[in-house]
Design a protein. Sequence first.
Length: 256
Amino acid sequence: MCIRDSMSTVLRDGISSSDGSVKVHACLLACKGDLPGLAKIGGLVRSYANVPKKSAAKKSFCKGICHFCLAGAEMPVTPENFTFEDFGSSSPRWLSTMFSQRAWRSTPPILAGVPVEPGKPEQFFRTDIWHLVQLGAGKVWIASALVEIANTLVAGSSIEARFSALTLDWLAYCKARKIVPLVHAISKDSLTFKSMASFPNGSWHKGQATTDLMLWLQDLCARKIPNDCVDPLLVSIVLLLKPVRILTSGLCSFSF
C-alpha cells in the first residue's frame, strides 16, 4: 500500500488500539521540505529551478519560479510578465496571481488521499524556513552586507585586502567565542563576488554558518557603524540585523 492509500485509510477509517477501545484518525495536513524535494514530490512545473540564469532567448521562456503564484513567468506562458524581483511595493503584480493556475500538469498522486483547501491545492506543499533563510535569503543578505561594509568601512588598497581584514576579524570572533568557523575566509570565492558587477551570494552549504556569520555581523556593525550613520545602505543593514538574528538564533533554540 502506497502512502497515498495509507493516509486515505487512516483519515477515513482510523486505526484502532489492540483492544479496540480507542480509535484514532489522522490527517496529513501538509508536506514540508526543501525546494528541490517539493518540486519532485509535487511534479511542479513552476519552481525555483526555473530562475533565469541569463536574459531569455527568443525560444526560451521562464514558466515561473513559484508554485503558489506566477512570479517569474514570461511570455508566451502568460499575457504579461510577472517580475519575481518585484518587492518595491505592497502590491507586486505577481501577488494577484496567487493560486490562479495549477503548478503541475497532472494532480500529484500524494494529493489523492488527503483533503486540501479548495482552490489552493498548492498550499499543501509548504516551504521550510530553515532552507529559505539559512541556505537562501540569509546567504544573499550576509554576502551583500559584507561587500558593502568592505567597500565603505574597511581600510585597504584593494577589495582583496579589505576582505583579508574582515577574515582576521571573523576568525578572532570565532576564537573568542569558541566557534568552529565553517567559513574559513571572507573572500571573493566565499561571497561569489568576482567583480563589482557580480551579485553577492554566500557559497557555504551549512545553515549554521549563516547563523554564526549573522551574529558576527551584528558584533561587527556595533563596532564599525556609528549611531549617527546616515549612509542608507549601512542603516538598512543595521535595521535588518535584529529581526533576522532573532529569526535565525530563535529557530536554533527550539527542539523539534
